[in-house]
Design a protein around this ligand. Structure first.
Ligand SMILES: C[S@@+](CC[C@H](N)C(=O)[O-])C[C@H]1O[C@@H](n2cnc3c(N)ncnc32)[C@H](O)[C@@H]1O
Length: 269
């Protein structure tokens, strides 16, 4: 689904594929929800942290027009290159969520979608988002929900770990490690933010086929280098049965996916 903390610099083709395949199939659906929950509107200055190819920044840019502005920050140059190609008019910057290259109090809203789970120091990232948000402004974060709330991913991971061994578990579950709303709320409150929205958000995960689903889940993690050919084949074969309830007649996969959404305000004064 994305790079892991072990390898942030993707080749440009991977970032282009992310934009053409994964953004429409998965990431685009959450951006309007996150922007609406955080109250993004005309004239605001909005930050998109770990922006990837920029779907949240682009969605926000349409909402803040004509007088607002949007900045997108990401660690990955290839993601930023695609973001710049798609929307050259927006401000894209290379930077770490845990050390934002931005001034204090400079945004009305700071957002981050489907990324906080990849940042090793989440408190630092939330505190950086709070720092660059003006007093009274909003910080909005959306992450994948709990693994056991994901009806396709939970049995898929269980099956893959059965074949690949327990060490595969942390690699396949890293996407879901922020999936605890109570903990996320506590983290935000620990950096001085006051939660105003804390809810799960239903969505859909789509893949063109069971094979594509397996390729994405296995090959976007270092697991792919640790699996024997035979084990990978077993996982691929059994995935058809595990994902059968979510597989349509044309072979495409469509499964419910739950995200966690938090919006927290920076207190005034
Ligand atoms: C799954 S993508 C989500 C991208 C985008 N927010 C979206 O919704 O399409 C995760 C992004 O987080 C970025 N990322 C991971 N760790 C980061 C960090 N510490 N600082 C900035 N960006 C980071 C990755 O480069 C990647 O673009």
């Amino acid at each position: 689904m994305t790079s892991t903390s072990e390898s942030f610099q993707l080749p440009t083709e991977a970032a282009e594929f992310y934009e053409s395949a994964f953004v429409p199939a998965f990431f685009a659906q959450w951006a309007p929800v996150l922007c609406a929950a955080a109250g993004v509107g005309p004239g605001q200055h909005v930050l998109d942290v770990a922006c990837g190819t920029g779907i949240v920044a682009r969605t926000a840019a349409d909402l803040v027009a004509p007088d607002g502005s949007v900045v997108g920050v990401d660690l990955n140059e290839a993601m930023l290159a695609v973001a710049r190609r798609v929307r050259p008019d927006l401000d894209w910057r290379r930077g770490d969520a845990a050390d934002l290259p931005l001034d204090d109090d400079s945004f009305d809203v700071a957002l981050s979608q489907m990324a906080l789970m990849f940042v090793p120091d989440r408190i630092r990232a939330l505190s950086e988002m709070a720092r660059v948000t003006r007093p009274g402004g909003a910080v909005g974060v959306l992450v994948p929900g709990r693994l056991d709330a994901q009806p396709a991913f939970a049995p898929f991971v269980e099956m893959a770990v059965r074949h690949a061994g327990p060490s595969a578990s942390s690699l396949l579950t890293s996407y879901f490690t922020c999936g605890d709303l109570e903990e996320l709320t506590e983290l935000a409150e620990s950096v001085g933010l006051a939660a105003t929205v804390s809810r799960t958000e239903p969505g859909t995960y789509r893949a063109p086929s069971v094979d594509a689903f397996v390729t994405t889940e296995v090959e976007s993690t270092p697991l792919v280098d640790r699996l024997s050919e035979a084990t990978y084949r077993q996982i691929r074969d059994e995935a058809h049965a595990v994902l059968a309830p979510f597989t349509a007649a044309d072979g495409s996969v469509e499964a419910p996916f739950e995200a966690d959404l938090l919006v927290a305000r920076r207190p005034r004064g």
